[in-house]
Design a protein around this ligand. Structure first.
Ligand SMILES: Nc1ncnc2c1ncn2[C@@H]1O[C@H](COP(=O)(O)OP(=O)(O)OP(=O)(O)O)[C@@H](O)[C@H]1O
Ligand code: SF4
Ligand SMILES: [Mg+2]
Length: 335
């Protein structure tokens, strides 16, 4: 039986934009992540991926909902327990250029979280740990005294990974850790993350906007659209049998290496613009761009449902009750 490490129930993160305007960055998201797995999150820019990650990390307050980590509801625990929990959850940030303080040496950057948690009593002990961490991410102890600007993008991301590993975490949120890197370096960083996962039994939430990249690293994938999680399943299943019309459109845009299959590939072009999260469509948020939109899609928010084992979808097309009703309505019309 797989053990659930993180469970999120009906999580909402709204930003108050002033003048009575609310931006719904994350809206009613529920998911669970198993211990030791990589859970990928994909979706277009602005769909709420980073906000979801930051909210789980406690960097943003929650508007509504529940986050349960290792059976502990993180909003109900005392501040001392929360401090201890922060050791176990770490984040690798989207931009390796902006996320490292340019005025600190690599050793200071990596040692900082350990100093906050008072892990060691001597400077030498911190330094030894920094050397060990640098080596485990493929850098060397000679790099410890240098500053971030002296490194390439890929090396900076390795420093960010070493910092995330400093407290021996169990769970790491990697927010597009490779998008800012050259293609040639991306695979190296992905391989490093995979190696560390095996060696240290890590669980990842891996955020990306590129479905082909996320497939390579993830056991399961969640697809986000305009603050909503619209589909979650095993990564192979998602590619073979995407159920949500948005997932189908995303997948249809990925080129297939086989030229014969590629020739027959049908691209689903999404009509219209991505709506604003400050004024999302009523009912299903995808309805303004969905080729299957029905009347009910305007009025009723689809339920988040497990339509087959471990396959969750938020779409009326896959709701048995509604499917039945639609069919009977059609029958009535035909009479
Ligand atoms: N601190 C904030 N205050 C107000 N609005 C915010 C804040 N952070 C994010 N947003 C808004 O929330 C929405 C989701 O943003 P988020 O950064 O989570 O998207 P994303 O999926 O990570 O996009 P990208 O792929 O570009 O990184 C966007 O409309 C964004 O403008
Ligand atoms: S609920 Fe309706 S509009 Fe939304 S994805 Fe399903 S069919 Fe399309
Ligand atoms: Mg982001």
């Amino acid at each position: 039986m797989k053990e659930v490490l993180l469970k999120i129930n009906n999580l909402k993160k709204y930003f108050d934009m002033g003048a009575g305007v609310t931006l719904k960055a994350v809206d009613d998201v529920s998911l669970h992540i198993f211990k030791g797995e990589t859970f990928g999150i994909v979706g277009e820019s602005g769909c709420g991926k980073s906000t979801l990650g930051r909210t789980i990390m406690g960097l943003y307050g929650v508007t509504e909902g529940e986050i349960v980590y290792n059976s502990l509801n993180i909003f109900e625990i005392k501040s001392k327990e929360r401090f201890a929990l922060h050791r176990k959850m770490q984040m690798i940030f989207q931009d390796p250029y902006a996320s490292l303080n340019p005025r600190l040496t690599v050793a200071e950057i990596i040692a900082q979280p350990m100093e906050i948690h008072k892990l060691y009593s001597t400077k030498q002990a911190y330094l030894e740990r920094v050397y060990h961490l640098l080596e485990s991410v493929g850098l060397s102890r000679e790099h410890a005294g240098r500053y971030p600007h002296e490194f390439s993008g890929g090396q900076r991301q390795r420093i960010g990974i070493a910092r995330a590993l400093a407290l021996d975490p169990e769970f790491i949120i990697a927010d597009e850790p490779i998008s800012a890197l050259d293609v040639s370096v991306q695979a190296q960083v992905v391989n490093l993350l995979k190696k560390l996962q095996i060696e240290q039994g890590l669980t990842y939430l891996f955020i990306a906007h590129d479905l082909s990249m996320v497939k390579q690293i993830s056991n399961r994938i969640g697809v986000m659209y305009l603050g909503h999680l619209v589909e979650v399943t095993d990564s192979h299943r998602l590619y073979e049998e995407p159920l949500h019309p948005y997932t189908q459109a995303l997948l249809s845009a990925i080129p297939i290496p086989d030229p014969d299959v590629e020739k027959r590939r049908e691209r689903i072009i999404l009509k219209g613009e991505l709506p604003s999260p400050m004024n999302p469509p009523s009912g299903c948020v995808f309805r303004t761009r969905c080729q299957y939109a029905m009347e009910i899609c305007t009025n009723v928010i689809p339920k988040w449902q497990e339509v087959e084992k471990d396959h969750f979808v938020k779409c009326h097309l896959h709701n048995e009750e509604i499917k039945g009703n639609q069919t009977s309505q059609m029958k009535v019309k035909m009479r």
